[in-house]
Design a protein around this ligand. Structure first.
Ligand code: XUL
Ligand code: CO
Length: 438
């Protein structure tokens, strides 16, 4: 991949849905105001550093298909070139935010000390690029799952020395988040789980994990981090049983350990489906507890059933997701991070740019359609009507928590004609199609 390719492509502009040019937005018009805000402020798109600047197309069966060294051999120069490319790419796409793992942005040193020294240099370099290009950090995270030492976990490792290394990496990454003005700090528990109970003290691991999150929270707050700490749930992969299974599980864990006030959830579409949920289920679950923080936008492949991190193309999905996000009041510290990569055979800079264009247009169109659904009002109206029995009589008393079980018993005996209203699912689904395709 070469810088020249980006220059050749140039700035990506909005040209409308009738346009057939390759390099333009058909639906994403950043400055357009809809539903009270500019599209770019509703969507707050972010680039994922790991997929975009690091992943080179390696899979279980094949070698790299992409070269992201940008012609550099010296490790630091290579990472500086990646950073430069990252900001130039964000610039032509009009993406305002980015997200990274500690290991994504800097080369590995001979030991932890040297690794941290490289990291510090690269954080300073990113700070200067942020200023130059007027870009922001959405969130950062520590990769505590790839290295061999994390093979049986990090904050849930049975080995206390490993726990300290994980903690040190989190400390450094929180420092970087603060320095770069990031509005989020993510914990994705890649190997915070287990393969078999035969060798696992689950209670101990969960207790250690809670302590770890508390230490990170306290350190962040003491050092001026005002953004959200975020848990990114995923049910499995790489571990068979991952502790942060889904949004409900993560919220329950945070509640038990009194961490709700400082944490929110970062919900990834492909993780939701792995947990056997729809993305919108996860979004709603977070929203009703005021825990919806940020999203990782991507999608899986129905025929593969694992975390394939495709760039999102399913407008039906993005519409239902944006519907939930708008109804939850939109993003505050969070945004839409494309935790997505081009397919292994889409290995050019052009492919990368086209993938982001598709992802951004998918969510822009989703936003437009979600607004149309809300403005149409039929879905809201139907749901409101459906629960109307709780607005008066015995239902009102249930809602207001004024009833006793005996009262309900007496009432139930007095019911003569009972008719439960139709759920009208197919009708409601047809409304979505009508809005989507008109
Ligand atoms: C892995 C995943 C991660 C997190 C950050 O499935 O989603 O990239 O988003 O560690
Ligand atoms: Co993710």
């Amino acid at each position: 991949m070469k810088f020249d390719d980006l220059k050749r492509i140039g700035k990506i502009e909005y040209k409308g849905s009738k346009n057939k040019e390759k390099f333009c937005f058909k639906y994403y018009n950043p400055e357009e105001v809809i539903f009270g805000k500019k599209m770019k402020d509703h969507l707050k798109f972010a680039l994922s550093y790991w997929h975009t600047l690091v992943a080179e197309g390696i899979d279980m069966f094949g070698d790299a298909t992409m070269d992201k060294s940008f012609g550099q051999n010296d490790p630091l120069e290579k990472y500086k070139a990646k950073a430069e490319f990252c900001f130039k790419l964000m610039d032509i796409l009009g993406i305002d935010y980015y997200c990274f793992h500690d290991v994504d942005i800097a080369p590995k040193g001979k030991d932890l000390k040297e690794t941290f020294a490289f990291f510090d240099q690269m954080v300073d370099y990113l700070a200067s690029l942020q200023k130059k290009y007027n870009k922001k950090l959405l969130w950062a995270t520590a990769n505590n799952f790839s290295a061999k030492k994390f093979m049986v976990g990090a904050a849930t490792s049975p080995n206390a020395d490993v726990y300290t290394i994980a903690a040190a990496k989190v400390k450094k990454t929180i420092d970087a988040t603060i320095k770069l003005g990031g509005s989020g700090y993510v914990f994705w528990g890649g190997r915070e789980g287990y393969e078999t109970l035969l060798n696992t003290d689950m209670e101990k691991e969960l207790d250690n994990l809670a302590t770890f999150l508390k230490l990170a929270r306290d350190y962040g707050r003491e050092n001026g981090f005002k953004g959200d700490f975020l848990i990114e749930p995923k049910p499995m992969e790489p571990t068979k049983h991952q502790y942060d299974f889904d949004t409900a599980t993560a919220i329950g864990f945070l509640r038990k350990h009194n961490l709700l006030a400082d944490f929110k959830i970062n919900i990834e579409a492909n993780h939701a489906t792995l947990a056997g949920h729809t993305f919108e289920h996860e979004l709603r679950t977070a929203a009703i507890d005021n825990m919806l923080g940020s999203i990782d936008a991507n999608e899986g492949d129905v025929l593969l059933g694992w975390d394939t991190d495709h760039f999102p193309k399913d407008v039906y999905g993005s519409t239902l997701a944006m519907y939930e996000i708008l109804k939850a009041g939109g993003f505050k510290n969070g945004g839409i991070n494309f935790d997505a990569r081009t397919r292994r055979a889409s290995n050019t800079v052009e492919d990368l740019v086209l993938a982001y264009i598709m992802g951004m247009d998918t969510y822009a169109l989703g936003l437009r359609k979600a607004v149309a659904l809300i403005e149409d009002g039929r879905l809201d109206e139907f749901v409101k009507e459906r629960y109307d029995s709780y607005n008066h009589g015995i239902g009102k008393r249930i809602s207001e928590k004024e009833v006793t079980l005996e009262e309900l018993y007496e009432y139930a005996l007095s019911i003569e004609d009972l008719e439960v209203e139709s759920g009208r699912q197919e009708y409601l689904e047809s409304i979505i199609n009508q809005i989507m395709f008109s």
